[in-house]
Write a protein of this length. Structure first.
Lengths: 234, 106
């Protein structure tokens, strides 16, 4: 790998710009797409690899090529700078997410509680709308307070983010569903919300709840077939 | 593949510090390979390792090949699998097959 290619890969990462590294395995020649003039078949394979976020192989004129997509990190938007968020944020970073925490309450969303994390001190609708969630974004609301959580959920439901989770018991969620219906959201949209949030691992502590949420986000991302465990009869 | 482990950044940092570095990348897998295509292992001349290309089965063999590539500058395409006797030597216990591309950071 030449210093130019390495520098360009690092620059694309810093700019959060998707780029595919194309390597001819017979001699190690490398190109970056978009950027380099490459045969149409390679450009198409590079575009698809970036779209699917999956590496690919291609044989062109007798030579084997490796198509290696380098996408910007997945994003996680956390509404609520609460205790569970403090546990969730570093775990999500370890898994590879770029994390943003939204909470208008400055006493909670402090650099002291969330070192090095982007904090947005705005109401969740404005903040989530500005962050423009896309198909590589997960949104989770943790404040447990309708006036802080609901506006963010409203915006998330109108986006094509791949995961929406909302903290709260079944009873809390039933009330939330009624409010979201009043806001005009249909049954299919509301069914996108994972609530109670997280996989059922009988989590008790804040880090355990964070782990169950993160596991559910990964499962959604990877398309894992999960069945919710039935509630056991007493 | 979002490379959360950021092996490339580690390799770049070693290179910037004046080390000779080779990069190994999984380019194709069959069967039950533990690491998907795109997974990377960086190897430095002083013997430092970052990342992985398997569950630990073939890292030793890949590191040896990386040293050859560091010396010669020539890239290599390594083939590990059931049909390859070397896979038994290095112990590809997972039963998978994979190809690993090894290149020098010039």
């Amino acid at each position: 790998m030449t210093p130019d290619i390495l520098a360009a890969l690092e620059a694309a990462k810093a700019a959060k710009r998707p780029v595919a590294l194309l390597t001819r395995l017979t001699d190690g020649a490398q190109f970056l797409w978009p950027g380099a003039e490459v045969p149409e078949a390679l450009a198409e394979a590079a575009a698809e690899a970036l779209r699917e976020d999956a590496a690919a192989n291609l044989t062109l004129e007798g030579a084997a090529w490796f198509i290696h997509p380098h996408n910007p990190p997945l994003r996680l938007i956390v509404v609520g700078a609460v205790h569970i968020a403090q546990a969730l944020v570093p775990m999500a970073q370890t898994v590879g997410f770029a994390v943003t925490v939204v909470d208008p309450r400055r006493a909670w969303a402090t650099a002291d509680r969330f070192p090095g994390i982007t904090l947005i001190h705005e109401w969740s609708d404005d903040a989530v709308a500005a962050l423009a969630p896309d198909s590589r974004t997960a949104v989770v609301t943790l404040t447990h307070d309708p006036k802080l959580d609901d506006p963010g959920l409203d915006v998330a439901l109108k986006s094509d983010c791949f995961y929406i989770g909302a903290l709260g018991s079944r009873r809390t969620h039933a009330k939330r569903v009624a409010r979201l219906q009043e806001m005009g959201h249909g049954e299919a949209a509301i069914a996108r919300i994972h609530a109670p949030v997280g996989l059922n691992i009988e989590a008790v502590t804040a880090p355990e709840i964070a782990l169950s949420i993160l596991a559910e986000i990964v499962a959604a991302r990877r398309g894992a077939a999960l069945s919710r465990r039935p509630v056991l009869a007493a | 593949m979002s490379d959360s482990e950021d092996v490339l950044a580690t390799a770049a940092a070693w290179r910037a510090a004046g080390e000779t570095v080779a990069l190994a990348t999984v380019v194709e897998t069959w069967g039950s390979s533990p690491r998907p295509a795109g997974s990377r292992l960086a190897v430095s001349a002083s013997g430092r390792l970052a990342g992985s290309v398997s569950g630990g089965c073939i890292e030793g063999a890949v590191a040896d090949a990386a040293k050859q590539t560091m010396a010669s500058g020539a890239p290599q395409l390594l083939d590990f699998g059931i049909s390859d006797e070397r896979a038994w030597e290095v112990g590809l216990a997972c039963g998978g097959k994979l190809k690993v591309f090894v290149e020098k950071l010039s």
